[in-house]
Write a protein that binds this ligand. Structure first.
Ligand code: SAH
Ligand code: SF4
Length: 432
């Protein structure tokens, strides 16, 4: 989400600034921040120290903090002793050129007003991703689910959906520029709603841009993952067969306390509905270890749910209390750090086993993959992803004319020959 927002920021500033890969030569550094866990914020403070130290050596350089931390901490940041020029919340990016003028005239630039209707839908993002194959399209902003642990509704404001026409146009433009994959982004895409159309209808429209444009989405909230959406995913070959469905906990008692608005049974029923209609669907999740009051039995239920679903992948976190949330005001953060860590490690360990098991089932199969880049470890190897969102690495030999057999952006068929928990290792079959 922040990556997509940075592309909007780059677009808003494009008349005045180009982007650079080398921050040491920058005239302006904007740090786009996340408040979701304390750890994310601490990393930003460390980066800021680095940037403000550089500022002392580079006259006229400006440093701004944008995004969720700007929204959460506001003036506090300007009083923190760090030499920051700008503090700009996620709904105030259009005001940046004006704020920069204020900074030029010696003031600080601050705008953390949240909006109920800003979607930046008319702004064509400057694409910062390097591969020109895959791009993000933000389809909505904000969130009002107010899960008890989560800071997002406070830092990103009310949920609002972007007009479907502008989304379909953006996907069409990307396709004409050579992009092969778009990922539709929102905190809870299932509640997308604009002009009478829901998310399933939007997906169908984006998938109809071209059969060779892959469509992905993130994130679905389990409480309203509809059968209609499952049907739409199943019926368009170019909608990727991968659903990220964050469960957070396998214990219904914890889910109620987290205010997730579903229980274990509901969640497992949604998984069964996906599997019944799309048997080969990749399924991934997010899990929080050590939420307030979590017992060993609650934790075991998370482990048992993970086994029952057999996730292909997961993002796993220790609970981090966020000031201002329902949990921080109403429940003590009472699971000792070492217990949180032990539970998290058990969850990670189990997921390693599940990922390996899932990958082993793919050995011997052929997959269509979209080639995304050159492997970091070996430049004779390229990688891409299959529809299920698994990374496949394969040898890409040089031909007699010096070119590689396949190029970034090609669709190819690869046969999986072996695997690790994180990657499938394949052999190029032929061009699809
Ligand atoms: N909107 C998405 C999640 C966005 S935040 C959804 O509801 O599924 C991404 C993930 O961060 C969450 O799924 C959750 O697992 C984790 N997370 C959010 N708040 C957290 C907190 N206070 N401590 C630890 N993890 C948290
Ligand atoms: Fe946070 Fe819940 Fe909204 Fe996701 S749905 S962003 S976890 S409040």
């Amino acid at each position: 989400m922040n990556f997509a927002d940075s592309e909007i920021l780059a677009s808003i500033l494009k008349d005045k600034y180009n982007t650079t890969d080398n921050y040491a030569e920058a005239d302006l550094i904007l740090v786009n921040t996340c408040s979701i866990r304390d750890h994310a914020e601490q990393r930003v403070f460390n980066r800021l120290k680095e940037f403000t130290a550089l500022k002392k050596r580079r006259l006229g350089m400006k440093v701004g903090l944008v995004g969720c931390m700007a929204e959460r901490l506001k003036e506090e940041l300007l009083q923190s002793g760090l030499d920051i020029d700008l503090v700009v919340g996620p709904d105030a990016y259009r005001n940046l050129p004006h704020l920069l003028e204020e900074v030029e005239s010696g003031q600080k630039g601050i705008d953390v007003l949240l909006s109920t209707d800003e979607t930046y839908q008319d702004i064509e993002p400057v694409r910062l991703g390097s591969n020109h194959v895959s791009a993000f399209i933000s389809i909505m902003r904000g969130c009002q689910n107010f899960c008890a642990y989560c800071v997002v509704p406070y830092t990103r404001g009310k949920e609002r959906s972007r007009d479907a026409r502008t989304i379909v146009n953006e996907a069409g433009n990307l396709f004409r520029q050579g992009y092969k994959e778009v990922t539709l982004l929102g905190q809870n895409v299932n509640s997308y709603h604009a002009g009478g159309g829901n998310f399933a209808a939007l997906m169908a429209r984006v998938a109809s841009v071209d059969p060779s444009l892959r469509v992905r989405f993130s994130t679905s909230h389990p409480k309203d993952l509809s059968d209609e959406l499952i049907e739409t995913i199943a019926s368009y070959p170019n909608i990727c067969k991968a659903v990220h469905l964050p469960v957070q906990s396998g214990s219904s008692a914890m889910l109620a306390k987290m205010k997730r608005k579903y229980d274990r049974k509901w969640y497992l029923d949604r998984i069964a509905a996906i599997r019944a209609r799309i048997p080969d669907c990749g399924i991934s999740t997010d899990i929080i270890a050590g939420f307030c009051g979590e017992t060993e039995e609650d934790h075991r239920q998370t482990l048992s749910l993970m086994r029952e679903v057999g996730y292909d992948a997961a993002f796993m976190f220790k609970y981090s209390e966020r000031p201002g949330t329902f949990a921080s005001k109403n429940y003590p953060d009472d699971i000792p750090e070492e217990v949180k860590l032990r539970r998290l490690n058990e969850i990670i360990q189990l997921q390693q086993e599940l990922s390996l098991e899932s990958n082993r089932k793919d050995v011997g199969k052929n997959f269509e993959i979209l080639v995304e880049g050159v492997s970091k470890k070996n430049d004779a190897q390229y990688f891409g992803r299959n529809s299920q969102n698994k990374v496949v690495v394969f040898d890409n030999p040089c031909l007699s004319d010096g070119k590689r057999q396949v190029a970034v952006g090609d669709y190819v068929t690869a046969k999986v020959e072996s695997c690790t928990p994180a990657t499938l290792l394949g052999r190029l079959a032929d061009k699809a």
